[in-house]
Design a protein around this ligand. Structure first.
Ligand SMILES: C[S@@+](CC[C@H](N)C(=O)[O-])C[C@H]1O[C@@H](n2cnc3c(N)ncnc32)[C@H](O)[C@@H]1O
Length: 194
C-alpha cells in the first residue's frame, strides 16, 4: 500500500470517527468505510484485476481512496457517485492530496440513475455504499453492468441486515451469481457474476 495514501486514509478515518461521534443525524454522518473492509475491497479489486471500478456513495472518499490506489496499480479507474456535492468536494481534495485524482471521476449523480446508463458488462467491481433500501429499485442494473467474473460488494450487510435483505434475496435468486457475506467491517455482501 502506498504510504501516502494509507496516511490520508488513516487521517480521514479518524476524522470521520470524531465527526460522527458528535453528529446525531445519521444522514449527516460521514460513515466512512472501516479499515478492514477497505483492505478487503482493495483485495477484491486485485483479485478481479479490476480496471473499471464504480462506487456509489463517495462521502469524504475513504472507500474511493482504497479503490483508487488499487486502480492505479491495475491500470484502471474509479467512477465515484454521490448526490452530495459538498462531500464530493472534500473527497476530490483528498484524492488530489493522495496523488490519485487522475484515477477517479467524481460525479454528482444518483447512483441508480448512473447505473442505468452504463453498458452491459462494463464494470469489473461495483461497490455499493449508499442507502441500502434503494438498491432493489436499481435492479437489474447492479448485476447487468458486471462483466462475467466481475464482483458486486455492498457494505453494511451485517450492521443493517433487515435493510439489505430484499437486495440480498434478489441476488440469491439470480442463477448467474455466487453470493456470500463476509464478516469484515460492517459486513460485506459479495456477489460474483459467473
Ligand atoms: C455511508 S456514506 C459513504 C461512505 C464512503 N463510501 C466512505 O467510505 O467514505 C453514504 C453516502 O451515500 C450517498 N448517497 C445516498 N443515496 C445516494 C444515491 N441514491 N446515489 C448516490 N449517492 C447516494 C450519501 O450522500 C452519502 O455520502
Amino acid at each position: 500500500m502506498d504510504p501516502t495514501v494509507q496516511k490520508i486514509i488513516d487521517e480521514l478515518t479518524r476524522a470521520g470517527e470524531r465527526h460522527d461521534a458528535d453528529q446525531p443525524d445519521r444522514l449527516r454522518r460521514w460513515r466512512v468505510l472501516e479499515p478492514d473492509a477497505g483492505r478487503f475491497v482493495r483485495l477484491l479489486a486485485h483479485t478481479t484485476g479490476a480496471r473499471r471500478i464504480v462506487e456509489i456513495g463517495t462521502s469524504r472518499g475513504v472507500s474511493t481512496l482504497w479503490l483508487a490506489e488499487a486502480a492505479r496499480t491495475l491500470g484502471g479507474t474509479v467512477l465515484s457517485l454521490d448526490t452530495d456535492p459538498a462531500a464530493q468536494d472534500d473527497a476530490r481534495r483528498s484524492a488530489a492530496e493522495a496523488g490519485l485524482d487522475d484515477r477517479v471521476e467524481f460525479r454528482v449523480q444518483d447512483g441508480g440513475e448512473a447505473l442505468a446508463a452504463l453498458a452491459d458488462g462494463e464494470v469489473d467491481l461495483l461497490f455499493l455504499d449508499a442507502e441500502r433500501t434503494e438498491y432493489t429499485a436499481w435492479w437489474p442494473h447492479p448485476v447487468r453492468v458486471l462483466r462475467p467474473g466481475g464482483v458486486l460488494v455492498a457494505d453494511n450487510a451485517l450492521s443493517h441486515p433487515d435493510e439489505i435483505a430484499p437486495f440480498h434475496d434478489l441476488l440469491l435468486q439470480d442463477p448467474s451469481l455466487l453470493v456470500t457475506t463476509i464478516a469484515v467491517g460492517k459486513g460485506e455482501l459479495v456477489a460474483l457474476r459467473r
